[in-house]
Design a protein around this ligand. Structure first.
Ligand SMILES: [Zn+2]
Length: 358
């Protein structure tokens, strides 16, 4: 179901869980309002990710560009009329090889027209017989990829990507996984390096991320503030700041993203670091001249439970970050109550920082 006219909100997630952790309440609220949400997971790749795109990456990229998760609809089979004559005595929906083949052909054409790219071959399988080019839904490991995942043998990044896809499905958001190698696969070792300075030979993925963002024509694009200082978060913030600066380029004016950009507070790092808002931000962001940051509060009281439920889908991270699900819920409640208080609100809130012209 493509809804034209709805705004797209694009969340830049350095790792597969960051948008959910930091903006899960805002994402749930936007979806309730019928707004489209796309999450771009940037450093979602393992050591094998190189320059070329794998089959999986292509599928994930194409998938993310257009997918709006369909809403669930219940229907009664005996209400469905037959498109072709029904053999005497058969129910209108009963399988007949010739009609099944026709329906499959129709589904393939529809899928090609919808995706408008030959590389996309995952149309619905209406036969319930698995073939290599058309696996059955139950045999497909992740949403949006044709990859079957053996969880016992899967590497950490494969599991994290699968968790990400489940979260996107849960939130009815679309997902683009860029699969750039995580910092641990780019030679950063230990917390001191992972949370330290970005290396000179480790450039921000500016071109790639910029292209993905602009083709989505976002109403607002959300970047991490990089509180806590993880190098992958810093690199994403850097892309956001560079894109903000494009509007005033002399030779080739870029899109003006002031007013269409926001920076979010990285949870749980903002909680652990006692992030105090404007005071802590002063001087840490190289904003274009004449641009300053304004706090925006999103009341997430009604969707706090949904945010927490979404986070439980990142099972591999909940225990690592919070020790237990209860610990995660306690930290969520504590942090978002504190943010709400800072904004003079009751209950729970998430906060983003929007660049505005003075
Ligand atoms: Zn992260």
């Amino acid at each position: 179901m493509l809804s034209s006219g709805a705004m797209t909100h694009v969340f830049i997630s350095p790792h597969p869980d960051d948008a959910a952790l930091s903006c899960g309440g805002l994402i749930a609220s936007l979806r309730e309002l019928g707004q489209n949400v796309t999450i771009i997971s940037v450093f979602s790749g393992g050591p094998r990710a190189g320059n070329g795109l794998s089959e999986y990456q292509r599928a994930a990229l194409g998938f993310g560009s257009k997918a709006i998760w369909p809403s669930t609809e219940a229907f009664r089979r005996d209400n469905i009329g037959a498109d072709v004559p029904v053999p005497a005595g058969a129910a209108p929906w009963a399988a007949d090889p010739e009609r099944v083949a026709l329906t499959q052909e129709y589904a393939n054409t529809q899928a090609r027209q919808f995706w408008q790219r030959a590389a996309w071959t995952r149309s619905a399988n209406v036969t319930n017989i698995a073939t290599p080019e058309r696996p059955l839904a139950d045999a497909v490991g992740g949403q949006g990829s044709g990859e079957t995942i053996d969880f016992a043998a899967a590497d950490a990044m494969t599991i994290r990507r699968a968790e990400d896809e489940r979260y996107a499905f849960f939130m009815e958001a679309s997902l683009i996984q860029l699969d750039l190698p995580d910092a641990v696969f780019r030679g950063y070792e230990g917390d001191e390096q992972l949370l330290g300075a970005v290396r000179e030979d480790d450039p921000a993925p500016y071109e790639l991320l910029r292209r993905e963002i602009l083709r989505l024509e976002p109403q607002i694009v959300y970047f991490p503030l990089a509180i806590g200082g993880h190098v992958d978060h810093q690199l994403c913030r850097e892309v956001g700041l560079a894109m903000l600066d494009e509007g005033r380029q002399w030779v080739m004016p870029g899109p003006d993203l002031v007013g269409r950009t926001a920076f979010y507070e990285d949870f749980p790092y903002a909680w652990w670091h006692d992030f105090a808002g404007a005071a802590d931000l002063a001087g840490t962001m190289a904003l274009p001249p004449g641009v300053s940051l304004q706090a925006r509060y999103c009341d997430i009281g009604e969707v706090l439970e949904r945010k927490a439920s979404g986070l439980t889908l990142y099972a591999s991270q909940v225990v690592r970050l919070f020790e237990s699900e209860q610990g995660m819920r306690d930290d969520l409640a504590g942090f978002h109550a504190r943010v709400a208080l800072a904004g003079g609100m009751r209950g729970f809130a998430e906060r983003t920082w929007t660049p505005v012209r003075a």
